[in-house]
Ligand binder design. Structure first.
Ligand code: PPE
Length: 310
């Protein structure tokens, strides 16, 4: 996905010019994939940019670091404040925010413990990850031949940079085969998630999503959608899903900060539902409610919004 430059990037407590946000080639994370990151979105509102669940994202960043035994040298609150400061410095109305905690220049070798821990926060305006067309009309998916990383190979609960090699392999395989996105099964064969999104099915009015024990990230969009769907009166369950459960779903969609909410048209060339692949009514209802929440159009979910200017 192309992106446009903004003015400033926050690095270890200071705002630096975009083109000066550089690191040494011997930074530990570059060699060993030892970083952790987040993806957050801010949406335009009457009160300025509203950052969706900013504190929750920064808490998860700290949790990811904890799983990899990295000590983040900034508190959650300091990172929240730094994000707001970076948005103000860049004068953007809406953006995608990418905080990164990485091991920097200091020592080489596999032991990460002596390395300095660095933090950056970059942001830029970014369209929906799988395209506006995808958000409207849905995308075509392929079950990958790559399995989601087993939790005893790497802690998949961490948004760790190295873990995304697994996602990238699946993404490339799907794109080369003509699909938009991949679905990964875990080593037991149950559905885990997509390369950078959680997934949901709807069958007979019941909404299901794989549990984190199946290898799904504890996604904040996923959590928000579960709340929204229950508030709309739908039963929502965390359930182990087989790939055939995807093929037999009445509706299916994926969720993530970058992608937002994207209907599935088909999985492995089997159309979802009986609408010629078009998005189903429950998917559309949840999608609309989610956009109402992020754009501050529903006061019920105002606790999820944190304002850059306030
Ligand atoms: N699973 C994975 C593997 C994942 O990377 C994400 C977010 C999610 C689920 C959804 O989590 P949440 O954003 O909290 O609802 N992926 C981020 C990075 C995407 C990328 O490709 O880069 C994101 O959406 O920002």
């Amino acid at each position: 996905m192309p992106f446009e430059k903004t003015k400033k990037i926050w690095m270890d407590g200071a705002l630096v010019d975009w083109d000066d946000a550089r690191i040494h080639v011997l930074s530990h994370t570059l060699h060993y994939g030892s970083g952790v990151f987040e993806g957050i979105r801010a949406y335009p509102t009457d009160r300025g940019p509203a950052i969706f669940r900013l504190t929750d994202h920064m808490r998860r960043l700290h949790q990811s670091a904890h799983l990899l035994m990295m000590k983040v040298p900034f508190t959650v609150q300091e990172l929240v404040d730094a994000t707001k400061e970076t948005i103000r410095a860049n004068d953007v109305e809406s953006c995608y925010i990418r905080p990164l905690v990485y091991l920097g220049y200091g020592e080489m070798g596999l032991n990460p413990l002596p390395c300095p821990v660095n933090v950056s926060i970059a942001l830029w305006p970014w369209a929906s990850y799988l395209g506006d067309e995808g958000v409207r009309n849905g995308v075509r998916l392929q079950v990958s031949s790559w399995r989601r990383m087993d939790p005893n190979v790497m802690p998949v609960a961490a948004k760790g940079t190295g873990i995304y090699v697994n996602s990238s392999l699946a993404k490339v395989e799907a794109i080369k085969a003509g699909y938009d996105e991949a679905i990964l099964l875990n080593t037991l064969g149950y559905v885990a998630e997509c390369t950078g999104e959680n997934l949901f099915t709807v069958r007979d009015g019941v909404i299901s999503t794989p549990p984190t024990s199946s290898g799904a990230l504890d996604g904040l969009t996923r959590a928000s959608v579960m709340t929204i769907a229950r508030d709309l009166g739908y039963p929502v369950v965390e359930a182990k899903l087989l790939r055939s459960d995807l093929y037999l779903a009445d509706e299916a969609f994926l969720t993530g900060t970058a992608a937002e909410i994207v209907p599935m048209r088909s999985v492995d060339d089997r159309q979802i539902g009986d609408r010629g692949g078009d998005p189903g009514p429950i998917t559309k209802e949840i999608q609309a409610a989610y956009f109402d929440a992020v754009y501050a159009r529903n006061p019920k979910y105002s606790d999820w919004l944190e304002y850059a200017d306030e």
